[in-house]
Design a protein around this ligand. Structure first.
Ligand code: ADP
Ligand code: ADP
Ligand code: MG
Length: 662
């Protein structure tokens, strides 16, 4: 086994790999960029070396050499599926913890991958898999695949990943435009606009098989994971085993067949290490499965396999340990017969995104963090208090995984874990995950990849009165002088009740009189109710009209962050004057950045006359582009950002003054 391993990655996966290295007594070395100088993986590793980018092969291999690492673990994303890193490692006598470069290259190209595995007898999605098709040939292929006969087709970048650049086409009339835009997006994302066309499988479920191969010719599979809960072709919730297959005899038969087919796919490219063979299955015909692609690395959702599978009846599978052992040349320590599901596990991905604003990335500083733990609960996270979540990297912050003897138990534990997931300072999708997991179809295991996007978007809920009261009382607690208040002083300098104080919080009016420990509160002019608050550290206990709630609480300047049950409110307090000034700016058409990110393009200049809806600035953050438009007809001013500039959430990018307003 190795003495020292370099992890060429960041975030939760770097921390997760460090955990296994530590347990095995192996020195962990990580790389980091300037944006990550304080990141958790840097703090946890035994050594950390600066690189210009996680995507720079030369820098990464240079760091491994400098650190004296004998092996490089690439994690997922970044260079994990770049054969150049695997080759560069080999050139420097360093072991790459992953498959041989040729296997990566063969599977990295979807067209080549489908042809290769089809030749090995693996069923692939019907379609045309040929490189170098012109637009006309692609259009003709789409018709052949069934577009003219009422079927839906899918255009995919051959070099694709992360769900980018895919286009579903249902109507021949939209075909040309779909080809053109898929090509544009593929070229931008992968530097290659080669497309393939596939039949779109109706009522699709994403079911993938974990495979493992050693360097001695043994290949096993570790069962499936179902990843049908997706948004924009990206996974949100994954589980093992698949509820479609279950654990009955018919499910076992399909599992064995899919497993054997995945093993054949791995063998077809001389695979070594951990890999995932992704299939699309129509919910209507569970016995029919089609190869989509193979990911030649550890998968984001690998923990559900670790928690649900037992080897020879023993739980505690560690896929990273297995990767390291296989990379060090050890044979697989078990055969196919020893592998079986012993329970159920479900994972939910926690993203820094705002479901109420079209899932745009959020950002900020982690003011308070309390991640769940408990029986059957595991959290793979990259977060620490004080960490800054910016727009430079993928918005996935953590994964919450729950396991149990059966699916209902695992789902229940996951919900409880998410309810106690406390993160203040950075907006997340945790409340959305809880509502998704409570969906009757999800509970029943009736999953398909369209489920998430079919659900109606939940209307932004009005902030409850007791939450507004809590924010105002918290502010009072911080401002109050300890000891009795003026109206408690027995010298009678003041008679009767204290006066009302008005707070403007999140645009609402909260009036309070008394002290935080004994007050009357009225929200938006409603009948006053009795309220009281006490604070112990981050805990804020609030009595409001007789109901007692415990919040966790953190303040950042004039923003009070309150959390309860996996929900978070970030409430900005505005002075009446400041509020008026803000309203004036809004009327003048202040244009704000909807997310932290980088300015990709500037479409207007100061002095331009623009119409409402006209693009002004394009802001980009990991995998997401957003066009900021003029809110009203008028004249642009204050537009100083340039392409490449970093912008913060809500930063004013420009002001559009309505015509005749100046
Ligand atoms: P999976 O099937 O494991 O979700 P994806 O192909 O979606 O695989 O990508 C794996 C993960 O790698 C993503 O969820 C994302 O977190 C990360 N990732 C993908 N591309 C990048 C990238 N260019 N930079 C950083 N992280 C990335
Ligand atoms: P990526 O490399 O981006 O992960 P995939 O080929 O794995 O690309 O496709 C991503 C997702 O798109 C799948 O998880 C699935 O939900 C959907 N998808 C892909 N191919 C098909 C298809 N032929 N029919 C229906 N859905 C598909
Ligand atoms: Mg995929």
């Amino acid at each position: 086994m190795f003495d020292s391993v370099l992890i060429a990655n960041r975030g939760e996966i770097a921390c997760r790999i460090i955990r296994t290295l530590r347990r095995l007594g192996i020195r962990s070395v990580v790389t980091y960029t300037d944006a990550d100088a304080d990141a958790r993986h840097v703090r946890e590793a035994d050594a950390a070396l600066r690189v210009s980018s996680y995507l720079d092969v030369g820098d990464v291999v240079g760091a491994a050499v400098r650190a004296g690492a004998e092996a490089v673990h690439p994690g997922y994303g970044f260079l994990a599926e770049n054969p150049d890193l695997a080759r560069a490692c080999a050139d420097h006598g360093i072991v790459f913890v992953g498959p041989p470069p040729d296997a990566i290259a063969a599977m990295g190209d979807k067209i080549r991958a489908k042809r290769t595995v089809a030749a090995a007898g693996v069923p692939v999605v019907p379609g045309r898999d040929e490189a170098g098709l012109s637009d006309d040939e692609l259009a003709a292929a789409a018709m052949e695949v069934g577009l003219n006969a009422g079927a839906t087709v899918l255009l995919k970048p051959s070099a694709g990943g992360g769900g980018k650049g895919m286009r579903r086409v249902q109507d021949p009339g939209g075909l040309r435009e779909a080809i053109a835009s898929a090509r544009r997006e593929a070229l931008g994302a992968f530097g290659d606009d080669t497309l393939l066309v596939e039949r779109y499988i109706d009522n699709p479920r994403h079911i993938e098989i974990q495979v493992f191969a050693d360097a001695h010719g043994d290949v096993v599979h570790l069962g499936e994971r179902e990843c049908s809960l997706q948004r924009r072709h990206q996974k949100i919730v994954e589980e093992a085993p698949s509820p479609l297959l279950g654990t009955g005899p018919e499910g076992e038969r399909i599992r064995a067949a899919m497993g054997a087919s995945a093993v054949a796919a791995a063998r077809a490219v001389g695979y070594v290490g951990a890999g995932t063979v992704e299939y699309i299955v129509s919910a209507d015909r569970p016995g029919e499965y089609f190869f989509m692609e193979m990911n030649t690395r550890l998968q984001v959702e690998h923990p559900v396999t670790e928690l649900a599978v037992a080897i020879g009846g023993r739980p505690g599978l560690d896929l990273v340990e297995l990767q390291l052992r296989v990379a060090a040349g050890e044979p697989l320590p078990f055969g196919q017969d020893a592998v079986a599901f012993a329970g159920h596990a479900v994972e939910a991905r926690v993203y820094a995104e705002d479901p109420a604003r079209g899932f745009l990335p959020t950002g900020g500083r982690v003011l308070l963090l309390d991640e769940p733990a408990g029986p059957g609960v595991r959290v793979d996270s990259s977060l620490v208090e004080g960490a800054v979540v910016g727009g430079s990297y993928d918005p996935m912050l953590a994964k919450v995984i729950a396991a149990g003897p059966d699916r209902a138990t695992a789902l229940h534990r996951l919900d409880r874990a998410l309810a106690s997931y406390t993160l203040l300072g950075v907006g997340t999708n945790v409340a959305f995950l809880r509502s998704l997991l409570a969906d009757p179809d999800v509970v029943a295991g009736r999953l398909d990849t369209g489920l998430v996007e079919r659900r109606p978007t939940e209307p932004a809920e009005e902030i409850p009165d007791d939450v507004l009261a809590a924010a105002a009382l918290e502010r009072m607690l911080a401002l109050e002088v300890p000891g009795p208040g003026p109206w408690d002083v027995p010298d009678g300098w003041r008679v009767g009740r204290p006066a009302w104080t008005t707070w403007r919080i999140a645009g609402r009016e909260v009036r309070i009189r008394g002290r935080a420990a004994d007050a009357e509160v009225s929200v938006d002019g409603a009948e006053p109710v009795r309220a009281a608050a006490r604070r112990h550290g981050a805990d804020l206990t609030v009595d409001h009209a007789g109901d007692r709630t415990r919040f966790v609480c953190a303040r950042d300047g004039d923003v009070c962050h309150l959390g309860r049950d996996g929900r978070v409110w970030s409430l900005k307090e505005t002075e009446p004057l400041a509020a008026r000034a803000a309203e004036t700016t809004a009327a003048a058409g202040a244009v704000r950045s909807p997310m932290p990110g980088t300015v990709a393009a500037v479409k207007a200049a100061d002095g331009d006359e623009v119409v409402a809806g006209q693009p002004l600035v394009i802001v980009e953050a990991m995998k997401m582009e957003h066009t900021v438009t003029a809110p009203v007809d008028g004249v642009v001013s204050g537009l100083t950002v340039e392409p490449g500039a970093q912008v913060a959430l809500d930063e004013v990018l420009a002001v559009v003054t309505p015509r005749g307003d100046n």
